[in-house]
Write a protein that binds this ligand. Structure first.
Ligand SMILES: Nc1ccn([C@@H]2O[C@H](COP(=O)(O)OP(=O)(O)OP(=O)(O)O)[C@@H](O)[C@H]2O)c(=O)n1
Ligand SMILES: C/C(=C\CO)CCC[C@H](C)CCC[C@H](C)CCCC(C)C
Length: 288
């Protein structure tokens, strides 16, 4: 069948939802105009979409592996303390995962390809946490004391939240973005700043400090707004910023209060912070 006579802005074969191989001008990538009448052959869009997303998954998996290995190496060489390395992996993994979401296609199935990355890491954590294997680099860069069973707590909850946000909220909703912004960006920075400068403790929790909580509030808010701007520029979300900014600020405040509570012994921050953030964000954004 002769392809329709039309001119298309070519964007690296990023297929679209309705099955046509229609290309969108990207604010990020250079655009090349291609006349489909001279296209050498047409690959079914579904197959092209699958190959495209599979490639993106492999690339992001490689990035995840490289990130953990890099911090393992920095810890081995005593360039970074193990605790700081763990927190930096905590911050960067989730935020870079969010940054990677627009790489995937516009297909409704793209979120499953993205979620496969934290799923693979979830299996790595389970296998090593149950001592069925022993990836010393993984254990050293993701645990406080080098105990493999630590992988089955904070890190495991962390990747499960990444999977949940990718599948349930994906790029179209600010809820997943803000939840991960507060869990990864906010909580991670609270630890780093709080440990170093947190001499004035919070009255109701002597393990947390004012400067740590304020750092979480500010950094978590800025990261969430930054990622939402990034998604907005790429066309994944359309937000009324006049109402979005105060809503994200309020959500960040609530998440920070929850993180400051003396409940770590009962529920891990990697569960309480994102779940409360999701609940508040859902109530504030679901009617918009
Ligand atoms: N609002 C906060 C949060 C953390 N901290 C500092 O960071 C340390 C670790 O914080 P916490 O969030 O409890 O870390 P964990 O979640 O237990 O650490 P991990 O993520 O490594 O499990 C605290 O003891 C404290 O010194 C702080 O001062 N103020
Ligand atoms: C130590 C951590 C949490 C405890 O508070 C972080 C655990 C990190 C995971 C094991 C690795 C997760 C990788 C991401 C799913 C994907 C990152 C992709 C990006 C391109 C680097």
């Amino acid at each position: 069948r002769t392809p329709p006579p039309c001119t298309t802005v070519f964007r690296w074969n990023k297929p679209t939802i309705d099955g046509t191989v229609r290309f969108l001008r990207s604010p990020v990538m250079p655009a090349v105009v291609l006349d489909q009448r001279v296209a050498p052959f047409a690959v079914p869009a579904a197959a092209e979409d699958l190959l495209y997303n599979a490639g993106a998954t492999v690339g992001v998996l490689g990035g995840a592996y490289a990130l953990v290995r890099a911090f393992d190496e920095l810890t081995r060489r005593n360039i970074l303390h193990q605790g700081l390395s763990r927190k930096l992996v905590h911050i960067l993994s989730g935020l870079l995962f969010l940054v990677s979401w627009p790489i995937f296609s516009n297909s409704p199935k793209a979120r499953y390809f993205a979620a496969f990355v934290p799923l693979v890491n979830c299996l790595r954590l389970l296998v090593n946490g149950l001592s069925l294997a022993s990836d010393e680099g993984l254990i050293k860069s993701l645990t406080r004391e080098g105990d493999p069973q630590e992988l089955l707590k904070g890190p495991l909850y962390y990747v499960l939240i990444l999977i949940f946000c990718a599948l349930v909220f994906w790029r179209e909703s600010p809820i997943g973005v803000v939840s991960l912004g507060m869990m990864c960006g906010g909580d991670g920075v609270a630890d780093i700043i709080g440990r170093k400068y947190g001499s004035i403790k919070i009255p109701y929790n002597q393990n947390k400090s004012w400067v740590g909580s304020i750092s979480m509030l500010v950094f978590g808010f800025l990261v969430s707004i930054g990622i939402l701007c990034y998604y907005s520029v790429l066309g994944h979300v359309q937000l009324d910023w006049a109402s979005t900014v105060p809503r994200v600020a309020f959500i960040s405040f609530v998440a920070t209060v929850v993180e400051s509570l003396p409940i770590t012994e009962i529920v891990d921050d990697n569960i309480s912070v994102p779940l409360v953030t999701m609940a508040v964000a859902f109530s504030l954004f679901s009617n918009s």
